[in-house]
Design a protein around this ligand. Structure first.
Ligand code: URA
Length: 234
């Protein structure tokens, strides 16, 4: 059970002061009944809420898919750089959103932005084996030795990587699938072979491929099917 002023503030732009005023004006209704005081408590998972006759959609959590462009850091705030949250439309800004995992500033592709910590943990924890697939472009040709070594587990200075799947798609290009998310992991893995990653684009999390309609810099709410796919091991 949660106070109505808190529920309203988590689902609208109204400030606490405005919410108090709306309630005193008789503008807030829960399940068809006028709310008399801001302290009234409700089960937010099971109410229909209207303000000035307008239905407010209650979503306990928000799940946004972003096709991250280059130039944005994966943080909620930064003193000098643009963050992925700068790409979120204003109507979602009242939520405590954060990116589920990090992509480097110069990496592009699929990213989940949510306010659901448990969900984020589930797709990020290596124990859950949710794989992430990236398209890579290298400054040198991709070799079968790399494929073999990625499979065996590349040794980085912070320990051996879990087995990674490397599929050659062109002379300098490949698709890499990993289940961990260590700092600069893919760049460091290729670094072991003296190779530099020129382009890195995440195309899949779990069983969810970057939706085709989601252009660079665009954000959309994930559907139930997409959320299910994102959690699937493969
Ligand atoms: N590995 C990297 O090196 N960078 C990323 O952004 C993601 C995986």
């Amino acid at each position: 059970m949660k106070r109505i002023d808190k529920i309203v503030s988590e689902h609208t732009y109204y400030t606490r002061k405005e919410i108090k005023k709306l309630i005193s004006q008789g503008a807030v209704y829960v399940n068809g009944e006028e709310v008399k005081r801001p302290e009234c408590k409700y089960d937010e998972t099971d109410i229909s809420l209207t303000i000035n006759g307008k239905e407010i959609e209650i979503k306990t959590h928000l799940y946004l898919l972003l096709n991250k462009p280059k130039g944005y850091v994966s943080a909620t705030e930064d003193e000098s750089q643009k963050t992925v949250l700068d790409l979120i439309p204003i109507e979602y800004k009242y939520r405590n959103l954060f990116p589920a995992g990090r992509l480097d500033k110069d990496t592009t592709g699929l990213m989940l932005i949510t306010d659901d910590g448990e969900f984020a943990h589930n797709i990020l924890s290596p124990r859950k084996h949710v794989s992430k697939e990236y398209e890579v472009t290298l400054d040198v040709p991709v070799t079968s030795t790399m494929v073999e070594e990625f499979k065996n587990g590349v040794n980085l200075n912070d320990g051996e990587c879990k087995t990674a799947d490397l599929v050659i798609t062109g002379e300098h290009t490949a698709n890499v699938t990993i289940t961990e998310g260590r700092y600069h992991q893919i760049k460091r893995m290729f670094g072991c072979f003296g190779a530099k990653v020129l382009e890195l684009n995440r195309i899949r999390i779990g069983n969810l491929y970057l939706p085709e309609e989601l252009k660079l810099g665009e954000v959309k709410e994930a559907t139930q099917t997409e959320l299910q796919r994102i959690q699937e091991r493969n």
